[in-house]
Design a protein around this ligand. Structure first.
Ligand SMILES: Nc1ncnc2c1ncn2[C@@H]1O[C@H](COP(=O)(O)OP(=O)(O)OP(=O)(O)O)[C@@H](O)[C@H]1O
Ligand SMILES: Cc1ncsc1CCO
Ligand SMILES: [Mg+2]
Length: 300
C-alpha cells in the first residue's frame, strides 16, 4: 500500500479505537450514575418509611447492628423469644437472622421466625457467620437455607463453606479468602437455593446465579471493627423491606451505601474505634451528591 494511504488507514483505526473507548467510558459512567440514583432512592425510602426490622442476631453485633439501622432511618427490634414471634414477626417489614453466637436454644426461634416471615410475604436475610466452624453450625445454616432466605450475605470463607457444605474448623468469623475467589461458590449457592447471594470483601459481590455485580466501596479498616459484616446484612434487610421486588439491586445498593459511609468515616477516623463512630455518623448524614460521586457498582 502507498505509505501515505497506510498512514491514513492507521490513523483511522486509532480514531475508531479511541471513539470506542470513549463511548465505553460514557456507558460505564452512565451505569454508575444510574446505580447512584437507585441507591439514593432506596436509602430515601428507608428514611421516609422507617421499616421495622426484626433481628435475631449474635450478642457481639446487637449494638452496632441496631445503631446502623437507626442511622439509616430504619427501626430495629432485637426480639428472639419463640413465644413472641407469632405476634411480632408477621408485622415486621423484614427479618435478619445471624448465627454468630448460635446455641441450641436459639435455633428453633430462628427457624420459626423465618417460616413466619415467608408466610407473611416478608423478605428475610441470613448471615451464616463462621458457617464452616462446626457440624452443628453448618447443619443449622443448611436448615435455614432450606427455609428460603431472600438474601444470604457472608464473607468469602463463609460462602465457600456453605456452598460446598464443608467444614473448615480452623476458620472463625473472619475470612481467609478474598471475596472474588468466592464468585463461583456464590453463583452455585444462588442456583441451588434460589436466594440472592452476597459476598463481602474488598469487592462486594452480589449474584442471583446469572448476573454478577461488583460493589467496590468501603475501606479495609472496616474489617477491624467487629460486626460490620453483621450490620451490613441488617442494612440489606432494611433495603429489601422497601424494595422487595428488586432484591439483587437492593442488596448491591445497601453494600455500597455502607461502604461509602465507611469511606467518608475514614476521612476523619484515627483507627477502628473512631471509624466505628464516624461510619455511623456518615451513614446518618449521607446525601445524594456524595452517593452519586462515590458509588462504584458495575457488572462483573
Ligand atoms: N478490603 C476491604 N476493602 C474495603 N471494604 C472492605 C474490605 N474488607 C471488608 N470490607 C467491608 O467491610 C464490611 C464487613 O465485611 P467483612 O467481609 O469483614 O464481613 P464479616 O467477615 O462478615 O464481618 P463480621 O463477621 O465481623 O460482621 C463490608 O461492608 C465490606 O464491604
Ligand atoms: C466475634 C464474633 N464471634 C461470634 S459472632 C462475632 C461477631 C462477628 O461476626
Ligand atoms: Mg460475618
Amino acid at each position: 500500500m502507498n505509505p501515505i494511504l497506510e498512514q491514513c488507514e492507521l490513523r483511522k483505526t486509532e480514531i475508531t479505537y479511541h471513539q470506542a473507548m470513549n463511548s465505553k467510558h460514557d456507558e460505564d459512567e452512565q451505569q454508575r450514575r444510574q446505580w447512584g440514583t437507585r441507591a439514593w432512592a432506596t436509602l430515601s425510602a428507608v428514611r421516609t418509611r422507617s421499616p421495622l426490622i426484626q433481628c435475631i442476631t449474635n450478642f457481639v453485633s446487637m449494638d452496632l447492628m441496631a445503631n446502623t439501622l437507626l442511622s439509616a432511618g430504619a427501626s430495629p427490634a432485637m426480639l428472639h423469644s419463640v413465644e413472641e414471634l407469632p405476634d411480632f414477626t408477621p408485622n415486621a417489614d423484614a427479618l435478619c437472622i445471624n448465627v454468630g453466637t448460635l446455641s441450641p436454644a436459639w435455633l428453633p426461634a430462628m427457624k420459626f421466625a423465618s417460616e413466619l416471615a415467608v408466610k407473611a410475604g416478608k423478605p428475610w436475610v441470613l448471615d451464616p457467620v463462621a458457617a464452616g466452624a462446626s457440624k452443628f453450625r453448618m447443619m443449622a445454616c443448611l436448615e435455614l437455607m432450606n427455609l428460603k432466605p431472600t438474601v444470604v450475605r457472608g464473607n468469602g470463607s463463609e460462602i465457600i463453606a456453605l456452598s460446598k457444605a464443608s467444614l473448615d474448623s480452623s476458620m472463625g468469623v473472619d475470612s481467609g479468602h478474598e471475596s472474588v475467589d468466592a464468585v463461583e461458590a456464590a453463583k452455585s449457592l444462588a442456583h441451588s437455593s434460589g436466594a440472592i447471594v452476597a459476598v463481602s470483601g474488598a469487592v462486594d459481590i452480589v449474584t442471583d446465579g446469572k448476573r454478577v455485580i461488583g460493589a467496590r466501596n468501603g475501606v479495609a479498616m472496616m474489617q477491624k471493627i467487629t460486626a460490620t459484616g453483621c450490620s451490613v446484612t441488617a442494612l440489606i434487610a432494611a433495603f429489601l423491606a422497601v424494595d422487595q421486588l428488586h432484591a439483587l439491586e437492593a442488596t448491591a445498593s445497601a453494600l455500597s451505601i455502607f461502604g461509602i459511609a465507611g469511606e467518608m468515616g475514614m476521612d476523619v477516623a484515627k483507627g477502628p474505634a473512631s471509624l466505628r463512630t464516624h461510619l455511623i455518623d456518615s451513614l446518618y448524614g449521607l446525601d445524594e451528591a456524595a452517593i452519586i460521586s462515590r458509588i462504584r457498582i458495575s457488572s462483573l
